[in-house]
Design a binder for this molecule. Structure first.
Ligand SMILES: O=C(O)[C@@H](CO)OP(=O)(O)O
Length: 247
């Protein structure tokens, strides 16, 4: 039996401020670091160990990984960072307050932008897209740098990372930890669980909670579950869902 542990980064400053983050490189808060460390402590207590870690090129995920690894006494672990694990690009919504956006456009429209499978938020003008000049994306073909992304677009770049990097490592017996983002994790979960385009709309990933996948030798999902208090985790996920509602 093989396992993969996924963690969404701890609370970021823009999670706290209720702003759309996407590819903006926002740091985590003190609470976010506490969540990161608690995730690591929980994994350690439950007897988890890892051979390799993967994360995005955004500091809220990288720092969460550091906090979790520190708590596990595993800061020596090999770490791979890759843009394909980044949060979904939020286009022209990046930086806007989610509740204010819902007041302006309605809760239903904001839910479509946040959670629909194939409706992207309005795109950024290319000239306003800072990622184009960001050295961390220099190796990408400019056409691969998004100006906005729906979840389907996110799946289209997360899935190759699964197929080419994560799945072969897991099949080879490596114990993999991946720290990513609400929507890059939704993209992977949609694929792994074979969720419909309709069902994925209701899935919200809580910050800083280890999500364990168990696979058979063919990497068929046997089961998946969060570690920790189920009620507290459900409350955290519900709070994420409610971030997109007008006050
Ligand atoms: O702002 C974002 O980038 C994401 C995750 O924080 O938000 P949402 O939950 O609205 O998709």
């Amino acid at each position: 039996m093989h396992k993969l542990v996924l963690i969404r980064h701890g609370q970021s400053q823009w999670n706290l401020d209720n702003r759309f983050s996407g590819w903006a490189d926002v740091d985590i808060t003190e609470q976010g670091m506490t969540e990161a460390r608690e995730a690591g402590e929980l994994l350690k207590r439950e007897g988890y160990a890892f051979d390799v870690a993967h994360t995005s090129v955004l500091k809220r995920a990288v720092r969460t990984l550091w906090g979790a690894l520190d708590a596990m006494e595993m800061m020596w672990l090999p770490v791979h960072t890759d843009w394909r694990l980044n949060e979904r690009h939020y286009g022209a919504l990046t930086g806007l307050n989610k509740a204010e956006t819902a007041e302006k456009y309605g809760d239903a429209q904001v839910k479509v932008w946040r959670r629909s499978y194939d409706v992207p938020p309005p795109a950024l003008e290319r000239s306003a897209n800072e990622a184009v000049h960001d050295p961390r994306y220099a190796a990408l073909n400019p056409g691969d740098i998004p100006d906005t992304e729906c979840l389907k677009d996110t799946v289209a770049r997360v899935l190759p990372y699964w197929n080419e990097v994560l799945a072969p490592a897991i099949s080879a017996g490596q114990r993999v930890l991946a720290v990513a983002h609400g929507n890059s994790i939704r993209a992977l979960v949609k694929y792994l669980d074979g969720m419909s385009d309709e069902a994925i709309v209701e899935l919200n990933i809580p910050n800083g909670v280890p999500l364990v996948y168990e696979f058979d030798d063919q990497l068929k999902v046997l089961r998946h579950y969060y570690l920790g208090d189920a009620e507290a985790i459900a409350a955290k996920a519900a709070a994420v869902a409610n971030q997109g509602k007008a006050k």
